[in-house]
Design a protein around this ligand. Sequence first.
Ligand code: DX5
Ligand code: ZN
Length: 228
Amino acid sequence: MNPRPDDDNRIKIAPSILSADLARLAEQVAEVEAAGADRIHVDVMDGRFVPNITFGPVLVKWLRPATTLHLEAHLMIAAPDDFLEAFAEAGVDSLIVHVEGAPHLNRTVQRIKSLGLRAGVAINPATPAVMLEEILPDLDLVLAMTVNPGFGGQSFLPGTLKKIRTIRRMIDEIRPGCELEVDGGVDVETAPRLVEAGARVFVAGSSVYGAADGPTAGMRRLAQSLGL
Ligand code: DX5
Ligand code: ZN
């Protein structure tokens, strides 16, 4: 059984391989693992739900034996139900689907759990927090987008902070074991504001893998800014 990342309230960093040097993926993942990463975030895009195309289950299959870290797949795809089994077989530990991309969200979440995986739901910047209310009791994780999904290296949208506070309150009331993760524009400036708003897990693409002095230095700076 995989470690249960929600067993504590620790602040965690999830580097996103979207910004990694994919020709050296195993090395790049090993480097952030050694630098204290808690999990690896895999951004799956289909060119329909978002205007970009990235990875599928085959990448996860090759990544799985390269790390002992928890692998989470963030599915930014139009038909997530069609690919849940494939990602489970490839070896992910968590699947995150979008509230905007899964019309039968309850069914989708139950299927993720029946595959033995942790279930997360992502929410876009313009979608109100209340859209999570009915599904929250079933979730292991909420992923609040702090940019519009599709690309790494975008600027953090400060208007999302208010919603993150709202989601924090909802989680504390309805499902205290649920993790609150944020994704997009997380760096040394925005991370402390996001902690203050109640986020506990931080996806970081360009601030780790895009760091001019390398991912280890990027991780160290981000960890410091998060008070780790
Ligand atoms: C954006 C992705 C993010 C992306 C974040 O659609 O969901 O996970 O990798 O990249 P940065 O940290 O560069 O904003
Ligand atoms: Zn993501």
